[in-house]
Design a binder for this molecule. Structure first.
Ligand SMILES: [Zn+2]
Length: 429
């Protein structure tokens, strides 16, 4: 199933965010209820569940009386070729994510900054892991909930789906299996990788599409130091804004999705609280296909605070309505909000989506994000540099991108620049 899509990710205009901020002052943060289940075969999967942590590391509970700077993080990591990358990522990626979010942001500013922070922290984690000289790699599906905004960064083929309160289903993660993603096959091939199936007699190929050398079925991952550098760690990022009716997230590794269709998985969760729902999904996946792979599932309910009930309706109106909905014109929404006294319709609005593997496109400096990140810190690893020391991320852009200043920021330190060039398949040209 093709779920990868490229949408220009310039985000929502600040004016709309500010207008929404005014509206949202009347709406409290949602209640977040969650549960996790896992059946392990190779011990290479792990799930991470962090509710209501401070965005600024080091701040203890109660430092911010309103709790406005708290976010929740739910992560599924699915490893292959050993547990080293999974263990390293568990210990480092969440801290790298928090360190990449500029301090002292409002919730709305954080929404604008998160896509870039997630790209930087995924690439930094991958780059740092390369120095460990360990094989093994992982897929990552990283979900951040900040108020009613859900941001999902993904590499690989674990999935996150959202069912809104009205019963529409949204895919919030990408599918980076080469079999399912032609655009990625083109990118990998253009960067010097060879994509094909395992050859048997007379040239017939069997099994899924793989990238050679290495034979990985995925085009993006963290780790995998023994395959080409065009298997990149730049995540697909999608960001949606839920109405205050809320919704349910199901995040699971391919052990679940190889056994259950999306609608099946959702049906199994119906009527169950989060933990029981996650258990049911894993149990059904294992009983349908046997325990052939690590099988992990997190279920997260984003619920209106009690005052804002009615509770979630639990029926399906339209089945899977849309793989990706295009962002609605933002002006339309703001008018709607004004006209209705900030009433939010029961819809999920897409705020941002971008899947490009090119760092020059992902480390954007569009207003307002450009003002939040320090210009002279390395845009990937956050190393402090002196003016003039870094290399512009636009440095080796082809001529048709000349409207961006090749000497302008953001800037990369020398080792992150090497990483960038390697990911573009240009290191040995
Ligand atoms: Zn750097």
């Amino acid at each position: 199933m093709e779920v990868h899509n490229e949408v220009d990710g310039s985000g929502v205009p600040l004016a709309v965010l500010l207008k929404r901020e005014l509206c949202n002052q009347k709406v409290e943060k949602p209640d977040i209820l969650f549960g996790e289940a896992s059946k392990s075969k190779k011990r290479e999967d792990f799930a991470l569940l962090v509710a209501n942590c401070h965005r600024t590391p080091g701040e203890g509970p109660g430092d911010n009386a309103g709790g406005d700077d708290t976010i929740s993080m739910f992560v599924i990591v699915d490893g292959h070729n050993g547990p080293a990358a999974a263990v390293y990522t568990r210990e480092n990626l969440p801290n790298n994510v928090l360190a990449a979010i500029p301090p002292n942001l409002t919730s709305e500013e954080c929404t604008a900054a998160l896509p870039r922070a997630l790209v930087a922290s995924f690439v930094k984690t991958d780059k740092d892991f390369q120095t460990k000289a360990a094989r093994s790699g992982i897929t990552v599906t990283y979900v951040i909930i900040d108020g009613w905004v859900v941001t999902v960064a993904s590499v690989g083929d674990s999935r996150c789906i959202l069912e809104s309160a009205e019963g529409s289903v949204y895919f919030l993660s990408a599918d980076h299996r080469l079999d399912a993603n032609e655009e990625e096959v083109e990118r990998v091939t253009a960067s010097g990788g060879e994509v094909g199936r395992i050859n048997v007699a007379r040239g017939a190929g069997i099994g899924p599409l793989r990238c050679w050398p290495g034979g990985l079925c995925l085009s993006r991952s963290i780790g995998d130091t023994d395959v080409g550098e065009y298997i990149v760690s730049v995540p697909h990022v999608k960001q949606v804004f839920l109405s205050n009716a809320g919704g349910r997230l199901v995040i699971a590794s391919d052990g679940v999705w190889d056994a259950l269709r999306f609608q099946e998985a959702l049906n199994y969760t119906r009527g169950l609280p989060a933990e029981a729902a996650a258990n049911r999904v894993v149990k059904e996946a294992v009983s349908s296909k046997g325990l052939r792979d690590d099988t992990t599932c997190i279920v997260v309910d984003i619920l209106p605070p009690e005052k804002l009930s009615p509770p979630l309706k639990r029926h399906v109106k339209g089945g899977i309505k849309a793989l990706f909905r295009w962002r609605r014109p933002s002006d339309e929404l703001s008018e709607e909000q004004t006209d209705n006294g900030c009433f939010e319709p029961d819809v999920v609005e897409e705020l941002y989506e971008e899947g490009s593997a090119m760092l020059a496109q992902r480390l954007n400096v569009n207003y307002p994000t450009g003002n939040m990140f320090k210009l002279h810190d390395c845009a990937v690893c956050q190393l402090e540099m002196k003016p003039g020391e870094g290399v512009s991320v636009h440095g080796n852009m082809p001529k048709h991108h000349s409207r961006v200043n090749p000497w302008g920021g953001p800037f990369l330190c020398s080792s992150c620049q090497v990483k960038k060039v390697a990911m573009e398949g240009k290191l040995h040209l």
